[in-house]
Design a protein around this ligand. Structure first.
Ligand code: C2E
Ligand code: MG
Ligand code: MG
Length: 569
């Protein structure tokens, strides 16, 4: 046991030393004869116990204790030794963290030993409590992966610093940052590596922030920074710095990645602005940055607020529309390019809005995607289209090859419910699965390729065919086509815009058709608007044509009329 004995009085010191030596304790005694010497010793050595004289010429024992507390070196049990009896003083010493207060004249060997043992135990308990307290605070305030503040601590630090900022008339900007490609990193390299990336990003962000800024991990791959600034433009500077530090690929032992992120920024404009409102604004701006093409920042403005409010009201109306059965399905005819027979239709959702009239998908599907309502909408369209197909089979479409194509959103395809939902619809409506085709947009398919491959092969085993919609817009590697067991490619209508006028576009269209056919897929061309485009598609041997040249999407009654008067020509 290492003991520091601090006493300026040689006689007292020797008496205490004698008592200590007589005990059977295994001790090493260091002597200090002034308060300053005691502090120096405690700074350089970790003692198990300090026996501290109260009366010393340079510093009183109490002052030594205060120094030790301020400097954070108070990790040692301290017992005061005093020549005079003073209850108030003893109380004060104990309050400041001393373990005991002994009167020199009363000290006996037994007495001292007892005090040492008790003090040590009490001190150990205090240290343990202190460590637990720190651990709890750490758990409550810090993100355990990155060591950054968590959301709770972030919010409370901002609130605590409000008064200070207001006094200095200082502004505050909030920045929300979301990694664009983190899901891909996790899927490609696994979660452990994903964690390493988050830790590395947190370190880089910490470098960009100043000491007075607060940086936190909101959760997942989302971070927030509160930037204290006089100058409104300073947050732009921080955003630019972040892009510049993230530009360099992050190198790890076995992989390297380049991080891209989207940033939204919003300011506290009024003193009474609520933190949560500003966070929401920054969040809106961040989503705007994402929808503008990612890897950029966006500053919150009121237009965004209006858009967001409109979106919220559309979302709640849409929820009601689902309950009130205001969603209807339109059908756009599909024609066999070779025989010119009407061989199918694509089911396209419309919203029969009680006030605004008939609304197309562009008015509400993105909101449905964001809110998750798309899953219900897809399900409703699937049920309605399947029922319609059966009704037509019994009434006037005798051709069993007539198929209805139904659009499925990526969110629905990815949801765990999708396969069960589809199975349920097929069983309840008792429809032959070969009567329908499910379409999924290419760009969305490639986002979660492994899952898509799996779901598509299970659908195939249920007898349901899949198409890749808007093919050519997904910027994806063609090799994935081999792995997806789809039957149909729908070439995006943008490839038709300059056909037949542009030679390059004609060659591109021909190339896309050949690609699909070389993989033994049925090739559908959508967006055919005139006879010239139709002729080109036929020349290039597309299989199925869809477009305004034949008809726009039609209501059930309109479609029936169209079907009845349709003549292959
Ligand atoms: P899509 O699946 O690619 O559907 C084709 C879209 O192109 C339809 O737009 C159709 O009206 C339009 N179109 C067809 N022929 C022509 C043409 O010759 N010229 C031009 N300019 N446009 C043509 P619509 O009905 O507005 O649907 C837009 C998108 O909304 C669809 O694109 C599809 O991705 C999505 N969608 C529609 N219904 C549903 C649904 O029930 N569920 C899901 N998840 N998405 C749907
Ligand atoms: Mg489609
Ligand atoms: Mg399409």
């Amino acid at each position: 046991m290492k003991i520091l004995l601090v006493d300026d009085d040689m006689v007292d010191r020797m008496a205490t030393q004698r008592l200590l030596k007589k005990s059977n304790l295994d001790i090493q005694i260091t002597i200090a004869v002034t308060g300053h010497q005691a502090i120096n010793e405690m700074e350089s050595t970790e003692f198990d116990l300090v026996l501290l004289d109260y009366n010393m010429p340079d510093l009183s024992g109490l002052e030594v204790l205060q120094h030790v507390n301020i400097k954070g070196i108070g990790k040692t049990a301290i017992i005061f030794l005093s020549g005079s009896e003073d209850e108030t003083l003893a109380q004060r010493c104990l309050e400041l963290g001393a373990q005991d207060f002994l009167l020199k004249k009363e000290i006996s060997q037994v007495h001292l030993l007892k005090a040492i043992t008790h003090s040590k135990l009490r001190h150990q308990n205090e240290v343990r409590l202190d460590q637990d307290r720190l651990k709890i605070r750490d758990l409550a305030e810090y993100d355990q992966l990155t060591g950054l503040l968590n959301r709770y601590a972030f919010e409370s630090r901002i609130t605590q610093s409000n008064a200070f900022r207001n006094r200095l008339n200082m502004g505050l900007s909030l920045m929300i940052l979301d990694l664009d490609n983190f899901k891909w990193i996790n899927d490609t390299y696994g979660h452990d590596q994903g964690d390493k990336v988050l830790i590395a990003v947190a370190k880089l962000l910490a470098k960009v922030c100043r000491e007075e800024d607060f940086l936190c991990r909101l959760g997942g791959d989302e971070f927030a920074i509160a930037i204290n600034c006089d100058d409104k433009d300073y947050s732009y500077v921080v955003a630019e710095r972040i892009f510049s530090v993230l530009k360099k690929p992050l190198q790890f032992d076995d992989f390297s990645v380049t991080i891209e992120c989207s940033i939204g920024i919003a300011d506290f404009t009024l003193k009474m602005d609520e933190l949560n409102d500003v966070l929401k604004k920054a969040d809106l701006a961040m989503y705007r940055a994402k929808s503008d093409g990612r890897n950029r920042f966006h500053y919150f403005n009121n237009t965004l607020q209006e858009i967001s409010e409109r979106r919220m009201s559309v979302a709640s109306e849409l929820r009601q529309a689902i309950e009130e059965d205001e969603l209807v399905v339109f059908y756009q005819p599909q024609i066999c390019a070779k025989s010119m027979k009407l061989i199918g239709a694509e089911a396209l959702v419309r919203w029969q809005h009680p006030v605004r009239g008939l609304l197309g998908p562009h008015e509400f599907l993105d909101i449905a995607e964001e809110t998750g309502l798309i899953v219900e909408i897809d399900q409703i369209v699937m049920i309605k289209a399947c029922q319609q197909r059966l009704t037509w089979k019994n009434e006037f479409i005798k051709n069993d090859d007539f198929k209805i194509a139904i659009n499925i959103s990526a969110r629905h395809l990815k949801s765990d419910k999708f396969l069960d939902n589809t199975k349920k619809v097929l069983e309840e409506i008792k429809i032959d699965p070969s009567f329908i085709d499910l379409e999924i947009v290419e760009s969305e398919l490639v986002q979660d390729f492994t899952k898509a491959v799996n779901v598509i092969s299970q659908l195939k085993s249920m007898g349901v065919n899949m198409s890749i919609d808007d093919f050519g817009t997904g910027y994806s590697s063609l090799s994935y086509l081999k792995h997806l067991k789809v039957q149909t490619l729908k070439v995006d209508r943008s490839f038709l815009t300059d056909v037949p006028n542009s030679d390059v576009d004609c060659r591109l269209l021909k190339g896309l058709i050949n690609l699909g056919k070389s993989m033994e897929l049925t090739v559908v061309i959508e967006g055919v608007e005139d006879i010239h485009q139709l002729n080109k598609c036929q020349d290039y041997q597309a299989d199925i044509i869809q477009g305004f040249h034949f008809s726009k999407p039609l209501s059930v009654q309109e479609f029936e009329a169209y079907y009845q008067q349709y003549q292959p020509s």
